[in-house]
Design a protein around this ligand. Structure first.
Ligand SMILES: NC(=O)c1ccc[n+]([C@@H]2O[C@H](COP(=O)([O-])OP(=O)(O)OC[C@H]3O[C@@H](n4cnc5c(N)ncnc54)[C@H](OP(=O)(O)O)[C@@H]3O)[C@@H](O)[C@H]2O)c1
Length: 369
């Protein structure tokens, strides 16, 4: 895919960029999908940063046009997301669906908007950086208008792998995920809660709408559709996105993705093999020193990451770090990360910060003649 870019407009942002004094709070931001699970957290995070309300556009589907959402103590009105609704915007976070991203992102780029896309539509395109700032922040340098964030299971995994790969060469990764329902969106959370209430009241359950089976008091060894060789799309995303972010096209990685009846936070059990022995202590130190990761590892006191202590937190939490007793050079660990924060909205905001820091809110080269 070649992304069409346009000449940089003369007014507005450029004058700020030229004097290198741009701050994230100077930017006119649009959130496409403001009424969704990720959009709600993006609003929370922007409010925490005191981003000015008059530099914020809340966009969603036609259904939500006119709806009021609370932002930092005031009510803002949602508009329908259309190409024209992006006129004058500096950065658009698209957190809706692949179809919306495919329709709106090129329109945004034509208007000189930097798109930070939460969906999977552009992640594997060669001219779209796929970024976790702590791991490959420098990749924002070569964007042409669109930057993608990874899948919410890939992000914490590549952070842990990036922490460990300085110790020895990684020769294989085996991961099983335990993914919360908000990874599917706001409607899946409602379904989990409704099914749970009905089951506790001994009521009949309506047929599931979000998953092939009920999720309450159950777990599903299927996240997304099955594709090749018995793997699901989600499992293949973990492989392909990890390879792209880590810049290692041969990284051997096998994932099993499981949906669990948890509201927020994805957990992962990870086994990493290396080409040489590494000590558990070295692994703990490398993990604890990596930006964005907190080591929470005191099994004697039952202290380890869980959805209940990682939901609402910005850090990826890693614990249960131990020697792999089945493989000579292996390390086994467990992690948890808030899928709506570091798995989505927070990572997207950090990408914007990285672009501001590197003076790359606009693409380096404008392709237009
Ligand atoms: N949830 C996660 O943990 C997570 C993590 C990483 C990435 N993502 C990605 O983020 C995106 C959003 O996920 P989510 O969990 O927030 O989903 P969600 O809760 O289902 O929200 C979907 C949002 O998209 C909006 N939308 C739907 N159709 C639209 C249209 N035609 N034009 C404009 N907006 C439209 C919805 O607006 P209405 O309310 O008007 O329908 C709503 O705001 C997805 O691409 C997902 O893959 C999610």
């Amino acid at each position: 895919m070649k992304i069409e870019t346009v000449p940089i407009p003369e007014a507005g942002l450029n004058s700020i960029i030229d004097d290198n004094a741009l701050q994230p709070s100077d930017l006119e931001i649009a959130i496409v999908g403001a009424t969704g699970a990720v959009g709600a957290v993006a609003l929370e995070l922007l409010a925490e940063r005191a981003h000015p309300a008059d530099k914020l556009r809340l966009l969603a589907s036609k259904r939500s046009h006119g709806k009021q959402l609370e932002y930092a103590g005031q009510m803002l009105t949602v508009q329908e997301a259309t190409p024209e609704s992006l006129d004058g915007v500096d950065v658009a976070f698209i957190s809706a669906s692949s179809e919306v991203s495919l329709a709106l992102a090129p329109e945004a780029v034509k208007r000189g908007v930097l798109v930070i896309d939460d969906g999977s539509a552009y992640r594997m395109e060669p001219d779209v950086p796929l970024v976790v700032p702590e791991v490959n922040g420098a990749d924002v340098e070569w964007h042409s208008g669109i930057i993608s964030i990874p899948n919410c299971t890939t992000t914490p995994l590549v952070m842990a792998l990036a922490a460990l790969r300085g110790l020895a060469e990684i020769t294989s990764v085996t991961v099983s995920t335990y993914q919360s329902v908000t990874g599917t969106g706001a409607a899946a959370r409602t379904e989990l809660l409704n099914q749970s209430r009905n089951m506790l009241a001994d009521n009949d359950l309506p047929p599931p709408t979000q998953y092939p089976h009920r999720i309450a008091f159950n777990l599903l060894p299927q996240v997304d559709d099955f594709v090749d060789e018995g793997y699901t799309k989600e499992e293949m995303k973990m492989l392909n996105e990890s390879r792209k972010i880590l810049g290692d096209n041969d990284l051997p990685l096998a994932a099993t993705c499981v949906r669990v009846p948890v509201e927020i936070s994805h957990c992962e059990s990870v086994t990493v093999e290396f080409d040489a022995p590494i000590s558990v202590n070295d692994a703990r130190v490398a993990i604890s020193e990596f930006p964005g990761i907190t080591l929470m590892d005191n099994p004697q006191d039952s202290l380890y990451p869980m959805p209940s202590n990682s939901a609402g937190e910005d850090q990826v939490m890693v614990g249960r770090v131990r020697r792999d007793i089945a493989h000579e050079n292996g390390i086994v660990f467990w992690l948890a990360a808030d899928n709506l924060r570091k798995g989505a909205a927070l990572n997207a905001l950090q990408i914007m910060d990285e672009c501001v820091k590197r003076n790359r809110v606009r693409p380096r080269v404008s392709a237009a003649a």
